[in-house]
Design a protein around this ligand. Structure first.
Ligand code: EPU
Length: 422
């Protein structure tokens, strides 16, 4: 199993990183291809592990997929009828597999769709109850049988109203996709407006869908008969971009991230500025220059435009080195501080009280052997290891490879002393 070995403390990083397409845009866009009878072409595809898992899932449902990693493109053709069972082994390794529910229901409303339930994950309980309640608001019925949800309708999908009790990202994408061919119009309230959801809406609207904003978090979806050929350029990955900016901060370096819309990181950029970093945001890039003396900060995660929960583990690592007392409040997931015990093994001082982390910055961290338990925790531990004195070994880095394209190569490009070992 692949391990990373990092020698620290790393000198100030310097350089530029090409940010890949957003994994969390790519996965729903791939699932959305099920809605099309014609070809879908995606550009700026990040060929990370989760994207390959989604590819396998779509192929198992009957899609034909061609791709070129060097050109960052993928074409998906769905001219045959799909298998309507989404197997457990593909949903259990990647929760985003549930995103096939909505498009399968939209395309085959009168048939029985069977999707394995993903269960919990390292971040805590991850339910799909609001996805299913959303489908019910369109007239679908569902029942659970041996770990699979069966979904079907009697008379097809009919427009109505649904309000999400709390913002859910994939729940929103799933319900939008389910509603594309609805009879009449469907109104959905309290939706996620993360840039990745907007990316999906733009793709569908450019392909003939009629999704209109009627409020900040409310949309009206007017049912259409068929989507036309779909082509889309995936937005840059704001989580990947922030991760590399944090490498710049923790090593007191200077880093430029390219192919990223700075507006997608506006809250995070303000946080970094408040800490004392200099930021130059251009149309499609961000240049960060860290400061020798950074200030502690208070952060609360939340749905976009708040500070992203996915960016929290990285700022947590950075704050372990910022003198003074910082505080992070996590409002999305019940178990998102898994990097804390690993960073504490390097000498960080992080105390967790319910959904809050209190971080007291230390002058020096010391290297340790660590275990990564999820995607963003991997990067958080890497950041700790960059700052720690000595050689740290990070185990189970495959979690990181689910969502960071060419992680090792990109880190090395900005001067991180990293080696990998099997
Ligand atoms: N929730 C429910 N019921 C539902 C849906 C959600 O209780 O039916 C709860 C969840 O348990 C969680 C909260 O609502 O406590 C928000 O979860 P959300 O549904 O928004 O998360 P998600 O859609 O499953 C996506 C990203 C995650 C990211 C979250 C939050 C994708 C493929 N995944 O997950 O990305 O953390 O939104 O922004 O888009 C990652 O990339 O590392 C990652 C975990």
């Amino acid at each position: 199993m692949q391990k990373f070995i990092i020698k620290g403390p790393n000198k100030a990083v310097k350089g530029e990183i090409d940010i890949s397409g957003a994994k969390n845009s790519c996965l729903p866009l791939m699932a959305a291809s099920i809605l099309f009878k014609k070809k879908v072409t995606l550009r700026n595809v990040p060929f990370v592990k989760d994207v390959h898992t989604m590819r396998n899932l779509l192929v198992s449902l009957g899609s034909k997929i061609e791709f070129s990693e060097s050109k960052k493109t993928m074409t998906i053709t769905n001219n045959k009828n799909h298998n309507l069972t989404v197997p457990y082994h593909l949903v259990s390794t990647m929760r985003a597999g549930v995103l096939t529910m909505g498009p399968l229901l939209a395309r085959y409303p009168q048939k029985k769709i069977k999707v394995a339930l993903g269960g919990g994950c390292a971040l805590g309980v991850r339910d799909t109850n609001w996805h299913l309640a959303g489908f019910r608001s369109l007239g679908a019925r569902n029942n659970l049988d041996k770990g699979y949800v069966n979904i079907s309708t009697k008379k097809g999908l009919i427009g109505g109203v649904y309000k999400f009790p709390k913002v859910t990202v994939t729940g929103t994408s799933n319900l939008i996709m389910a509603s594309i061919f609805v009879k009449g119009s469907h109104f959905v309230k309290n939706i996620s407006i993360e840039p990745e959801v907007i990316d999906l809406i733009n793709f569908l609207n450019n392909s003939g869908a009629k999704i209109k904003f009627i409020g900040k978090r409310s949309i009206k979806i007017i049912g259409i008969k068929e989507l036309i050929n779909g082509t889309h350029n995936i937005i840059g990955d704001r989580i990947e971009a922030f991760s590399y900016l944090c490498a710049g901060v923790i090593t007191s370096g200077k880093v430029k991230v390219k192919n990223i819309n700075p507006n997608h990181l506006r809250t995070e950029i303000n946080v970094l500025k408040k800490m004392g970093c200099k930021i130059l945001a251009k149309e499609n890039s961000i240049i960060l220059t860290s400061a020798k003396k950074l200030k502690p900060i208070k952060i609360k995660t939340g749905p976009w435009p708040s500070f992203a929960t996915d960016n929290m583990p990285m700022i947590l690592a950075v704050l372990t080195k910022v003198s003074g007392r910082s505080q992070i409040e996590e409002t999305i997931f019940s178990n998102r501080f898994m990097a804390a015990p690993e960073l504490n093994r390097m000498g960080a001082l992080i105390k967790i009280k319910k959904n809050k982390a209190i971080v007291v910055g230390q002058n020096q961290l010391t290297a340790a052997d660590c275990i990564s338990s999820d995607l963003r925790t991997t990067f958080s531990i890497i950041l700790g290891a960059m700052a720690a004195k000595g050689q740290s070994k990070i185990n189970r880095v495959y979690h990181g490879l689910r969502g960071y394209y060419k992680l090792e190569t990109k880190l090395r490009k900005i001067g991180i002393k990293i080696k990998s070992k099997n």
